[in-house]
Design a protein around this ligand. Structure first.
Ligand code: ACO
Length: 383
């Protein structure tokens, strides 16, 4: 170790950068709270719209407040024509996360309040972002498969309308309820990589759209939100529960990551994964042969991973592991999983951004320079 070398927390592991009242994650006990409310209680009794209000305004809404907020969300669903053309031009050529990120970064062109950084304007922009991310994700899903864009149905709830815009038909109440809860479970998770990235971008006093665009960029990676797509691809590659043990043993021997397992904070079962697992069991008897097959493989992988790495290394299923088969049951293709994650998480990004802006300080950490000094410049002809 060099003299005077400062303590370096690679990946900012264990570093507190601010206080927050939004979300509490207890990684040892496997507990998650949004604004103090346990996630299981919200998943069982609330709705995505209500959770969005809770995260943005810091309290559960009264009936009239929820009504006004819901109307605001519904009025913001339609994708502007110019933006739809942009999505159309990209949808089949790029990964849906790239199209979503590009489309969100283009939203200021369609919002007169884009550069108004007052809290009131940011609350309105948050509502627009929640609706637009969902609509854009559904539109990408259709346009990339040569299907026509489905205009939103403002009589439907948020999750229900998302499925309608994606699949072109109204989901059953049970499908809508499961999607609504999936969105709730993905809505917020304290200062994870994408939320921190959002805050870091916004700490320069750029704007809400720029900050959320940065959040989407960070969510894409397979170590973060992209793990849901990667986990389903892995389950498909395993092909049969009987192949699971060999696959896992080989992966462990080669020190490869099993997607959908492990977490920087949770060293026990992720409480969201527990709830999603229960949906999978609920869906098991009623869904397609393909979903039953994927569920069977996923449950076998879970059993093996828990016995091989769970207690020994604290590697348990995370939110991304069981999501895949649940989404497949809802008619969602794998490459749309992470955009859907973004559409659910956007409210968390917005609420953290507004909280941080209340006492904003430019985020500017240090790196410890270990390179050379006083190098002599050699002209190109002499190198
Ligand atoms: N499969 C196999 N081994 C794992 C896994 C995994 N999924 N995750 C961690 N490990 C092992 C590492 O190889 C390492 O072993 P070693 O000590 O023998 O070298 C040990 O566990 C610790 O791993 P770290 O990388 O230090 O743990 P970290 O806290 O950085 O990892 C992470 C967190 C990135 C999520 C990791 O568990 C991972 O890569 N998981 C797979 C990707 C994934 O599912 N990401 C989604 C996370 S949830 C979310 O972001 C929404």
């Amino acid at each position: 170790m060099m003299a005077g070398r400062p303590q370096i927390n690679l990946g900012l592991e264990g570093v507190y950068f601010d206080e927050s009242r939004i979300c509490k994650v207890d990684g040892q006990k496997g507990e998650l709270y949004y604004m103090g409310y346990p996630i299981a209680e919200l998943a069982a009794r609330s709705t995505y719209e209500e959770v969005c209000y809770l995260l943005l305004y810091g309290k559960l809404p009264k009936r009239t407040e929820l009504g006004a907020f819901t109307s605001q969300l519904r009025e913001s669903r339609q994708i502007p024509e110019g933006l739809l053309s942009l999505i159309r031009s990209m949808a089949k050529k790029a990964h849906p996360m790239d199209t979503l990120r590009t489309a969100i970064s283009a939203l200021p062109a369609y919002d007169k309040e884009a550069y108004d950084n007052s809290t009131a304007a940011n609350l309105r922009k948050s509502a627009r972002l929640i609706s637009q991310t969902a609509s854009i994700t559904a539109a990408i899903g259709r346009l990339r498969q040569n299907k026509v864009y489905v205009t939103p149905d403002n009589t439907l709830g948020h999750a229900e309308n998302f499925l309608y815009m994606l699949n072109g038909s109204r989901p059953s109440p049970k499908e809508a309820r499961i999607m609504d809860t999936m969105m709730m479970l993905h809505a917020e998770h304290s200062s994870n990589a994408s939320t921190f990235t959002t805050i870091a971008a916004g700490s320069t006093l750029s704007d809400m759209y720029a900050a959320v665009t940065a959040g989407i960029a960070a969510l894409k990676g397979p170590l973060h939100g992209g793990a849901d797509e990667a986990a389903l691809r892995m389950v498909r590659a395993i092909g049969d529960p009987g192949n699971a043990e060999r696959y896992i043993d080989q992966a462990i021997a080669k020190k490869q990551r099993i997607m959908g397992f492990g977490h920087r904070i949770y060293k026990t079962y992720d409480p969201r994964a527990k709830i999603i697992r229960s949906y999978l069991l609920e869906l098991h008897n009623t869904s397609s042969k393909e979903v039953r097959r994927l569920t069977g493989i996923a449950l076998k992988v879970e059993e093996l991973m828990v016995s091989k790495l769970g207690k020994q290394k604290g590697i348990w299923p995370n939110v991304d592991f069981f999501s895949g088969p649940v989404y497949v049951a809802a008619g969602i293709p794998a490459d749309l999983f992470t955009p859907l994650f973004a559409a659910s998480r956007v409210v968390g990004w917005c609420s953290h951004m507004m909280e941080y802006w209340r006492s904003n300080r430019l985020i500017r950490p240090l790196d410890y320079y270990t390179g050379r000094l006083n190098m002599r410049y050699v002209p190109i002809s002499k190198r």
